[in-house]
Design a binder for this molecule. Structure first.
Ligand SMILES: [Zn+2]
Length: 215
């Protein structure tokens, strides 16, 4: 089973990907966190990724993304299914993704889109906080009220620039311009299931299970 889960920021795709991976013993691939892991490695590729993320702060170029993707795919046993969390993000990546999967003897079985509107996305993301030290995530009003110090390490709790309203709007714009065409591309192939992300976590998960039931 090879599943892709996409949706705007704050739709809950990370949580749902994790739940799905646990249920069917799938590998959960989140390219963002995998790239951060690669950046910690003392290899030519690791050093290059680290530099991009910490010094030049540009988007990871296609060549590196593809190298990292191949590296990750090569580490997963063939019989194990995968849930791709938030990838591919644009049409260019989608075309590469299809070809690369094919080379690894896999195909995309289903794309799950968890949809929420712009206001909901902004409302959810603007509650995110993160510890400056250990990077533990908190949700304002749920995990914390007005604490300033991290419960784990005592570090300062802050809001990422990307998570303030303007940052979220910017990312939503990119999502609309670049990721929505990916969804339309796979819709033509009849591979897309759309789910209302405003429902509860359990309801959304129930609908995902229905969407993958016949795979
Ligand atoms: Zn901390």
């Amino acid at each position: 089973m090879n599943i892709v889960i996409l949706g705007p920021q704050g739709c809950g795709k990370g949580t749902q990907s994790e739940m799905l991976a646990r249920r069917f013993d799938l590998e959960h691939i989140d390219m963002g966190s995998f790239l951060r892991k690669v950046a910690q490695q003392d290899t030519p590729l690791g050093r290059e990724v680290w530099e991009i993320q910490n010094v030049t702060r540009t988007l990871v170029p296609k060549r590196i993304l593809e190298e990292v993707f191949t590296l990750k795919m090569g580490s997963i046993p063939r019989e194990k299914g995968i849930v791709f969390d938030g990838f591919p993000r644009n049409v260019d990546q989608a075309q590469y993704f299809e070809e690369a999967l094919c080379e690894f003897g896999r195909k995309i079985d289903r794309l799950i889109i968890i949809d929420i509107d712009e206001n909901e996305s902004i409302a959810r993301i603007s509650k995110r906080r993160i510890c400056e030290g250990c990077k533990k995530g908190y949700i304002l009003g749920v995990d914390i009220q007005d604490e300033e110090k991290c419960r784990v390490c005592g570090g300062k709790i802050m809001q990422r620039v990307d998570d303030i309203e303007e940052g979220v709007r910017k990312r939503l714009k990119v999502y609309g311009e670049e990721t929505v065409p990916v969804i339309n591309y796979f819709k033509k192939k009849g591979l897309v299931s759309e789910i209302d992300g405003k429902k509860s976590k359990e309801e959304v998960f129930g609908e995902i299970l229905e969407a993958v039931e016949n795979i």
